[in-house]
Design a protein around this ligand. Structure first.
Ligand code: BGC
Length: 355
């Protein structure tokens, strides 16, 4: 994977201090209500578990029932589940998905639902379609026809995400008609399910300027935020010419990326009226842990200030927030978890001595 950084644009200090959407929260409530149609607040990606090429583990810890319950207990309300569906389907029409694979996905969907979590069933790493969009358009529609039919009786807490990080030849102009087709197919069996979709250039922040999702009241647009890339992907083995490590967060220009996020999010929501979801952000393990935490805290607060729900990359691999069976406390803290409303409280002092 290779992502390029973008040219910075500035933003007035007034806008930074007063993000318009953050004004719309409920009295005394969380900052999320500016996007009431997104049922998500805090989400963790179950990264590198079902998204790698078939039979090639990438080291992600396979989510088990206890993991999902623990994720919920920490204050997350959602998990995003990246799945390489195309690797488990026939490569000719009707592109039948392997039922044994469906059963494995079902198990995780069931565990998440039982734990009280929303789960985003995400179609990830369909590499072929990025290189040759026209040749694989029918396959994408066929995959969604099957996935949508399979999960049509699930509760609304199961969400769909059409295609992770469109890139290469799949620019917004090529992508948008495809999204219309996929959504029409999903709507035949799931008339009101929330469907997430992102734009070109790995759904980076720049994609929002020209992204026009299909008109539908239950569509949520998404973007990913890994800026500055030289910090978040320092030493990343899968990146062509990886940026060198170690690299701190806070070099000249770094903070301006937060202004860019604010500017692009506000402009997109104003232009389209479509709510946004930050579907991936985080920093790689090769960065210093304290720097990773500081970065994560900064991005998370910027998103929350905009009323944008977020999903950290990733639960237990490469960009760890949990490792060797344990949460990394500074990373949880950077994510504002557990939220105050669920944090254990100290017993009130009454002055009376215990019996
Ligand atoms: C990819 C992961 C990668 C992450 C950060 C995700 O979209 O699926 O493989 O680790 O982005 O680059």
């Amino acid at each position: 994977m290779f992502r390029r950084s973008l040219t910075l644009t500035g933003l007035s200090a007034a806008l930074i201090a007063q993000p318009a959407l953050a004004q719309q929260g409920p009295p005394g409530g969380t900052p999320y209500s500016s996007v009431p149609s997104v049922p998500i607040q805090r989400c963790a990606n179950l990264g590198n578990t079902f998204e790698q090429p078939a039979g090639m583990p990438w080291g992600g810890v396979m989510p088990m029932k206890a993991d999902l319950a623990d994720i919920k207990a920490q204050g997350f309300d959602t998990v995003r589940f990246p799945i390489r569906w195309s690797a488990y389907a026939k490569d000719k029409a009707p592109y039948t998905i392997d039922l044994a694979f469906f059963a494995k996905v079902d198990q995780v969907v069931g565990w998440a639902t039982d734990a009280g979590l929303n789960i985003i069933v995400d179609l990830h790493h369909f590499e072929e379609i990025y290189a040759k969009p026209a040749a694989h358009r029918a396959e994408l529609v066929a995959l969604w026809g099957q996935i949508a039919e399979h999960y049509k009786d699930q509760p609304p807490s199961v969400l769909f995400e059409v295609l992770n990080e469109p890139n290469d030849k799949l620019d917004n102009a090529t992508l948008e008609p495809m999204l219309v087709d996929v959504l029409a197919t999903i709507r035949r069996t799931n008339p009101t399910r929330k469907v997430i979709m992102g734009g070109q250039f790995w759904s980076g922040i720049s994609s929002l300027a020209s992204f026009d999702p299909p008109k539908d009241p239950n569509v949520i647009a998404t973007f990913h935020f890994y800026e500055p890339f030289a910090f978040t992907h320092q030493g990343a083995s899968w990146v062509k010419d990886p940026p060198p490590a170690p690299r701190v967060f806070g070099l000249p220009g770094d903070e301006e990326w937060m202004e860019t996020m604010q500017k692009e999010v506000l402009a997109f929501e104003e232009r389209t009226g479509v709510p946004l979801f930050l579907g991936e952000f985080g920093a790689i393990d090769s960065a210093n842990l304290a720097e990773r935490a500081r970065y994560t805290d900064t991005v998370r607060r910027t998103a929350e200030g905009l009323g944008v729900p977020w999903c950290v990359w990733s639960y237990d691999n490469t960009f760890h927030i949990h490792r060797d069976g344990q949460w990394i406390p500074v990373m949880l803290k950077a994510l504002g978890l557990p939220p105050e409303s669920t944090a254990p409280t100290t017993a009130p002092t009454t002055g009376a001595s215990a019996p």
